[in-house]
Design a protein around this ligand. Structure first.
Ligand code: HEM
Length: 145
């Protein structure tokens, strides 16, 4: 279901991005732009405003963890659903994250990666990246009932 171009593009994006920059930037953006997503991070301390969110070390650390999760999907592109089985159960049964929020974080990731890549983020690259994120989101949703 992946073309050679899509595979190469996804692998290249993840080999180039700095997870310690992109992860925190995407998660902070999600918490700022869609403030209701903050409700799941009650243990993260001060999320009072944009400055507090972007300088919160727990947000930064967790942003990096999210990219680590995505890298697992990159390594298992042909079976993301199985790869994400436990992660999906965690987000649904334990964390009770409304699955609509997955798309919001995915959109923030797209914006951050686009701004990092500049001209290299062509429409074809965007299409491949968003297709990958759509499969990730569908796989995270899988265990919801
Ligand atoms: C935990 C990935 C979206 C809320 C995690 C973990 C990973 C992860 C890898 C750590 C799991 C572990 O410790 O075993 C992802 C990915 C997402 C995503 C790849 C989508 C692209 C979201 C969204 C929310 C959310 C949208 C809420 C709005 C949480 C929370 C935790 C967590 C609250 C536990 C954090 C903690 O207490 O340390 N996620 N996640 N996730 N995720 Fe997600």
């Amino acid at each position: 279901e992946w073309t050679d171009f899509e595979r190469a593009t996804i692998q290249e994006i993840f080999s180039k991005i700095d997870s310690g920059v992109v992860g925190p930037a995407a998660l902070s953006r999600c918490l700022i732009v869609y403030p209701w997503t903050q409700r799941y991070f009650g243990s993260f301390g001060n999320l009072y405003n944009a400055a507090a969110i972007t300088s919160n070390p727990k947000v930064a650390a967790h942003g990096k963890v999210v990219i680590g999760g995505l890298e697992k999907a990159v390594k298992n592109m042909d079976d993301i659903k199985t790869t994400y089985k436990d992660l999906s159960v965690l987000h649904s049964d334990k964390l009770r994250v409304d699955p609509d929020n997955f798309n919001l974080l995915a959109d923030c990731l797209t914006i951050v990666v686009a701004s990092q890549m500049g001209q290299a983020f062509t429409p074809d690259v965007q299409a491949a990246f968003q297709k990958f994120l759509a499969v990730v989101v569908a796989s995270l949703r899988k265990q919801y009932h």
